[in-house]
Design a protein around this ligand. Structure first.
Ligand SMILES: *[C@@H]1O[C@H](CO)[C@@H](O)[C@H](O)[C@H]1NC(C)=O
Ligand SMILES: *[C@@H]1O[C@H](CO)[C@@H](O)[C@H](O)[C@H]1NC(C)=O
Ligand SMILES: *[C@@H]1O[C@H](CO)[C@@H](O)[C@H](O)[C@H]1NC(C)=O
Length: 312
């Protein structure tokens, strides 16, 4: 039912509103309030319920430690916490690495189905609120953006890109998990995630040209199984959602296994990758967060169709 609504609202929005898509307008059926965007601080062990705050002043020493690295997750359309599949998966993956502040941005009311157009527009205010929160963290908690990574799925990827323009300093890395293309294909760079938004912007494409972007947006763009839909193990994926969600499933597994099984090869196309023309080209593990500017461009890999997705 949800997937049907998603497709319906996305199609409807494209068909009827594309020309009138003005980002500054607020036509959300849900009013933006100080409670609309919550920052969920998870225990670094990944155990227990998160502490939801809307203001830095409510943070406790249990929630946050400014000596640790910080990872921030942003969900996409029709998602929320505690209903999310993505947030617990990423919390679990990063808690297994240990020693991190783990934060999820909850904007479920503003991203609610079936209002895709509203959700798409709300990426802008949500990005600003995210930036305001972290600017306040920098000021009041001596938070380091250089030790911060932001990971956004679908519309959440654009929230990260928008936030970046309003942050006093850029995060170390932004990962865009299949950034949403519906209504964003022709957007100016200020409204989407792009490589100006952080020193390292990485993208994982899993429903390219359909729900997600096909063209490269980052310094490094990964195309598992070619990056298009349907992804392996997603037969009859008419809505594209199974393929779209593969982005966070692959990424979570890659993070947990420190890239094991997700070795990607630099190549200009899936065709050349498949035919072995790039076999001598540089390799990169998909979750590797080290920034080597020379190792940029488009990267291809195969995955399994079921978990574990990583291949030997
Ligand atoms: C929070 O994480 C710390 C460090 O991993 C752990 O010692 C503590 O028991 C955790 N607290 C809860 C409530 O799980
Ligand atoms: C990759 O690096 C080269 C050399 O620094 C640069 O010219 C090119 O624009 C970069 N490409 C991407 C996608 O970042
Ligand atoms: C693939 O490889 C061939 C030969 O190495 C090259 O000419 C071509 O530009 C490459 N790219 C595509 C998209 O086929």
């Amino acid at each position: 039912m949800i997937s049907f609504l998603v497709v319906l609202s996305a199609t409807f929005a494209v068909a009827c509103f594309q020309d009138k898509f003005v980002y500054s307008d607020q036509e959300s059926p849900v009013k933006l309030t100080s409670q609309s965007v919550k920052f969920l601080f998870f225990n670094s062990s990944g155990v227990g319920e998160p502490h939801a705050v809307t203001d830095v002043k409510y943070l406790t020493n249990e929630d946050y430690d400014n000596r640790k690295k910080t990872v921030v997750f942003i969900h996409g359309f029709a998602d929320y916490y505690p209903g999310s599949f993505m947030i617990p998966l990423l919390v679990q993956a990063y808690s297994s690495l240990g020693n991190r502040n783990i934060v999820a941005v909850e904007w479920g009311d503003l991203a609610a189905a079936p209002f895709y157009l509203s959700a798409a527009k709300n990426t802008f205010p949500v990005g600003k609120i995210l930036a305001k929160f972290f600017n306040s963290m920098v000021k009041r908690k001596h938070h380091s953006m250089k030790m911060t990574e932001i990971i956004g799925f679908s519309l959440g990827a654009h929230v990260a890109g928008i936030a970046s323009s309003f942050l006093v300093s850029k995060p170390k890395r932004i990962v865009g998990l299949d950034p949403a293309e519906v209504l964003f294909a022709e957007s100016p760079l200020e409204y989407i995630l792009d490589k100006e938004d952080a020193p390292l912007v990485e993208i994982i494409h899993t429903s390219g040209g359909f729900l997600g972007f096909k063209r490269p947006l980052g310094h490094r763009d990964f195309y598992p199984n070619g990056g298009l839909f349907p992804q392996p193990g997603c037969p009859g994926d008419i809505s594209g959602l199974c393929s779209h969600r593969r982005a966070y499933q692959y990424f979570a597994e890659a993070v947990k296994n420190r890239g094991w099984g997700f070795k990607a090869t630099k190549c200009d196309s899936m065709k050349n990758y498949t035919s072995g023309k790039c076999s001598g080209c540089p390799k990169l593990l998909m979750s590797n967060s080290n920034y080597n500017p020379a190792l940029n461009g488009t990267f291809f890999l195969f995955t399994n169709s079921q978990p574990p997705f990583g291949r030997k």
